[in-house]
Design a protein around this ligand. Sequence first.
Ligand SMILES: Cc1ncc(COP(=O)(O)O)c(C=O)c1O
Length: 378
Amino acid sequence: MQPEDKARVPFVDLGAQWTLIREEALQKFDEILSTGKYLEHEVVLELEQNLAQRLGVRYVVTLNSGTDALLIALVALGVKKGDEVITVPNSFIATAAAIAHVDAIPIMVDVGEDHLIDPSKIEQKITPRTVAIMPVHLEGKVCDMDTIQAIAKKYHLAVIEDAAQSMGSRFEGRESGSFGDIACFSLHPLKNLNAVGDGGFIATNDEKFKNFAIAARNHGQSERNLSIFFGNVSRLDSIQASIVSMRLKALDSIILNRRKTADYYDRRLTGSSAQLPKYSPKVFHSYHLYVIEVDRRDEVQKALFARGVETKIHYPKLITDQPAYMSRFGIVHDIEEARIQSRRILSLPIHQNLDQRQKEYLMDTFLSTLKEQEGFSE
Ligand SMILES: Cc1ncc(COP(=O)(O)O)c(C=O)c1O
């Protein structure tokens, strides 16, 4: 199935994002490339300082991806073979992959109606082997960090925030990624703060984790030609850092734009059969994604696509249903809410380059599609 034309409402418009910074970026690239400091130009350190300041943490270490951020965080915290790490089944595969890569075991906790870890179900999953909780701030919402931090304290567990989707989100006025021992962010092109390729970073208040990450991203080197352990190549390069720096300045206006669009969608969809995004009033939602729930989700998605509206599903298959997971960890049973949601969730386009006509077309089309599909419901 192909829509006749290019989607009238694309899910994302990376070309438009580039146009906005093109002049400034090309000038900066010229400056960086002329110096030859492709990996260690001052822009990298500047970006780290600006990100740390923005998050209200002591240190940020930039990395090549959110996935390596998770992996480095786990190793920094000493998570090892046979240890259990509590997380959720409805995240992106990278969350569980990082845990599996250190030979630890992801322990899946079901989610609440806000699609985030249900804190009331965490304690029953804690065993003597549990070493950490990895809450995932999905969609641009933030998990209930009050309760999670209290549980972690009670059982002496580390907290690693998977903040890949929540740059600029807040919980009780505090930035996501400023709560845990280490927080992990992604700068993937589809994120609200994004590079023009892969990128990520960790945030922490602990100097030893910062030092570990700096060495881990660069062959385990604590200084030039001195490797204190076997590391990786997980650096963010200077060109990517310069792009992210430019975009960091615009982050607040991007989030504001997305929040206004979400308000408009909320208003238009109130009273329809779609379930609007749910989240605690303590959360400042940055709307990385606008995820609704609908009956007959796949049919709705197909009908929208045929009318030029591109939607996505985050994610169509739970981590626990992925062959990689099942072949290693077996079948997980008590995640019923996540299972139900995975058949109903649909992410509507909410990017900052949508104009009012596109938003109106999206809502008109979505509402008429819902009405048509309701005719088919039992
Ligand atoms: C929740 C979550 N965790 C981890 C990652 C991994 O980040 P990256 O793609 O930068 O490796 C992503 C990326 O999509 C994500 O959404």
